[in-house]
Design a protein around this ligand. Sequence first.
Ligand SMILES: *Cc1c(COP(=O)(O)O)cnc(C)c1O
Length: 395
Amino acid sequence: MSGRNFLYIPGPSNVPQRVRNAMAIEQEDMRAVDFPDFTLPLFEDLKKIFKTETGRVFIFPASGTGGWEAAISNTLSAGDKVLMSHFGHFSWLWVDMCQRHGLDVQALEVEWGEGVPFEKYAEILKADTNKEIKAVFACQNETATGVSSDIAAVRKALDDAGHPALLFVDGVSSVASIDFRMDEWAVDLCVSGSQKGFMLPTGLGIVCVSQKALAARESATLPRTFFSFDDMIGANDNGFFPYTPNTIYMRGLRESVDMLLEEGLENVFKRHNRMATAVRKAVEAWGLSLVAKHEELYSDTVSAIRVPEGFDGNEVAGHAYKYYNLALSISLGKIAGTAFRIGHLGDLNEMMVMIPITGAEMAMKDIGIPIELGSGVAAAQEYLRTTATPVERRS
Ligand SMILES: *Cc1c(COP(=O)(O)O)cnc(C)c1O
């Protein structure tokens, strides 16, 4: 087999050569005297990615799911009332985890393709005059449906009700790709992982925590050991870890954070919006629609593309993989088969985003979906061509 497999799923994303080089190293002593020279600046720079000055960042050798567990187990107690919503596979999984931890979960069921129901949140929070709700959860980017939600609106719902609940955000497929503002939105816990916007393999759960959430651990009684913030803080303050950290991935993270800061976060977000827009131009030219219901919900990291009635979106992905060595993503759960997904996050530029557009077009044509070959490709080309700026190269 010559050439390569092309990966366009919404995580793991492509690992840039610079990051791979940074990880092609020997193992190292995580108790060496100079290890903190590496870790302490990394913690500081991660805060820039979350846009926080007052919070702190924890790195667990886990995935995003572990980050979720760290967030809830350190700050809540069994029986605590929490307000959540689900409108896709990932927002549902977090609900499931909270239920399994014995929290008293009020989970609003929202149609897939919609986002966080912040207006309903506002009503419920206003009605909670005894302030019994301990935490409010929001999935910033629902990866299953390609829906981005307005976290500032969730913060506003809390503020308008004068409500002290903690604000939890799932930022696994948004942080470092779509704007996220820990301090400005007064988010208390934001969970991310290494294999999406951070452009690394799976293996780090990255959690950003506010001072208010750190204080909440004093009274929180859910059990935690591996994910204990206390144990982490005790060691991290000196640049060390309470157990063996994933040093190789952390060296990769150092490189990916450098890449993000060199490009500039705002430029990173603009680039993601541009790549996503190219995909959306193609979808429109195909005469298809997205699972996301309204334009303001469109995700800049993943598009879930509906196929016409009578066709199977997962067959599009399967066919592209089998014949064109292209990994598109299947659709999950309630919408399984009705759509396929293109992940467009992380290490991506103009020519790279043309690959899944071209391949999806071929695969759709092959399985009989009535689209015109070249239509989506041309629309994306035209958009990218007419909005192009000179490539910034490293000197
Ligand atoms: C990928 C993802 C997760 C799960 O993360 P894992 O690293 O697979 O554990 C959670 N939430 C969202 C929104 C995701 O995209």
